[in-house]
Design a protein around this ligand. Structure first.
Ligand SMILES: NC(=O)c1ccc[n+]([C@@H]2O[C@H](COP(=O)([O-])OP(=O)(O)OC[C@H]3O[C@@H](n4cnc5c(N)ncnc54)[C@H](OP(=O)(O)O)[C@@H]3O)[C@@H](O)[C@H]2O)c1
Length: 245
C-alpha cells in the first residue's frame, strides 16, 4: 500500500508567509487547503501553480475567520475533499497599531477574533481529525508576544494569549496531537509604506542584522509539523536573535 498523502489546512495562505508555508508543505508532499479572505485571486493563482506540479493536490476555501460559524465548516470542507487532516496552520492574523489611549472595543475584537478565537475554534474542529492521523497544529505567533512594542498592546496581547493557548492545547490534545507555535521576528514589513527609522531600529536590535526570509519561516514550519516528533507546547523563535526595542 502506498503511503497516504498528508493534508494541511493553512489559513491566510494566499500571500506572504502563509503562501510560503503552503508551498513548502506542498513541495514536501502534502495536499494543501489554501484558506483566504480577500485575496481570492492570489489564492487561485497559487493553487493553479501547485496543481500544475501535482493535479488534485489543492483546495481553495474563502472565509472571514471572524465569522464564527465558518470555522468548523472550513475543517469539514477540507476533510470532505481529502478524507483526512494532518496539519492545521493558524497563520492568518490581523495586525495594526492600537495605542492604549485610543484602542476601541471593535479594534480589540478584530484582533482577538482573527488572532486568537479563530485559531482556537479551528483547532477544536480539527482536533478529532488530527488525532486520527497523529497530526499537528502550528500557530503563528510573533516576537512581540514576549517583547511587546508600546503601540501594539492589543496585537501583542493576542499573540501572548495564542502562545498560552498553544501550551494549553498541547496538554489537552496530548498524546495524539502536537501543538506548537512559531514566533517570527522581522520577515516581511507590512504592505503599506513603513516607518523606515523604526525598521532600522528593529534591524539594529536583531543579532543577525537582517530580515528573515519566508523560506526560513516555511522550513521551520515544516520541521515543527512533520519532523519535531518530541516537541509539543513549544514556541520556536525565528527572529534572528531579537532583543527588545
Ligand atoms: N510578516 C512578518 O514579518 C511577521 C512577523 C511576526 C509575526 N508574523 C505573523 O506571521 C503570520 C503571517 O504574517 P504575514 O505578514 O504574512 O500576515 P499578513 O499578510 O498580515 O496576513 C495574512 C493573511 O491573514 C488574512 N486575514 C487577516 N484577517 C483575517 C480574517 N479576519 N479572516 C480571514 N483571514 C484573515 C489575510 O487574508 P486575505 O489577504 O485573503 O484577506 C492576510 O492575507 C501572522 O500570524 C503574523 O502575525 C509575521
Amino acid at each position: 500500500m502506498p503511503e497516504p498523502t498528508p493534508v494541511a489546512l493553512v489559513t491566510g495562505a494566499a500571500r506572504r508567509l502563509g503562501a510560503a508555508i503552503a508551498q513548502q508543505l506542498h513541495a514536501a508532499g502534502y495536499a494543501v487547503v489554501l484558506h483566504c479572505r480577500g485575496s481570492r485571486a492570489e489564492a487561485d493563482a497559487l493553487a493553479a501553480r501547485l496543481e500544475a506540479r501535482r493535479a488534485g493536490s489543492t483546495l481553495v476555501l474563502q472565509a472571514d475567520l471572524a465569522e464564527f460559524d465558518r470555522l468548523p465548516e472550513l475543517v469539514a470542507q477540507a476533510v470532505g475533499r481529502f478524507g483526512r487532516l494532518d496539519a492545521l496552520v493558524n497563520n492568518a492574523a490581523a495586525f495594526f497599531p492600537t495605542p492604549v489611549a485610543t484602542v476601541t472595543p471593535a479594534q480589540w475584537a478584530t484582533l482577538m477574533d482573527a488572532n486568537l478565537r479563530a485559531p482556537f475554534f479551528l483547532s477544536q474542529a480539527a482536533a478529532p481529525h488530527l488525532a486520527a492521523t497523529r497530526g499537528a497544529i502550528l500557530n503563528l505567533s510573533d516576537v512581540y508576544a514576549r517583547q511587546p512594542r508600546a503601540d501594539l498592546v492589543a496585537y501583542a496581547t493576542s499573540k501572548g494569549a495564542l502562545e498560552a493557548m498553544t501550551r494549553a492545547l498541547a496538554a489537552a490534545l496530548a498524546p495524539d496531537v502536537r501543538v506548537n507555535a512559531l514566533a517570527p521576528g522581522a520577515i516581511l514589513w507590512p504592505d503599506e509604506a513603513g516607518d523606515a527609522a523604526l525598521q532600522d531600529r528593529i534591524l539594529a536590535r536583531t543579532a543577525l542584522g537582517r530580515t528573515g526570509t519566508v523560506e526560513e519561516i516555511a522550513a521551520t514550519a515544516l520541521w515543527l509539523l512533520r519532523d519535531a516528533t518530541y516537541i509539543t507546547g513549544s514556541t520556536v523563535a525565528v527572529d534572528g536573535g531579537r532583543s527588545p526595542l
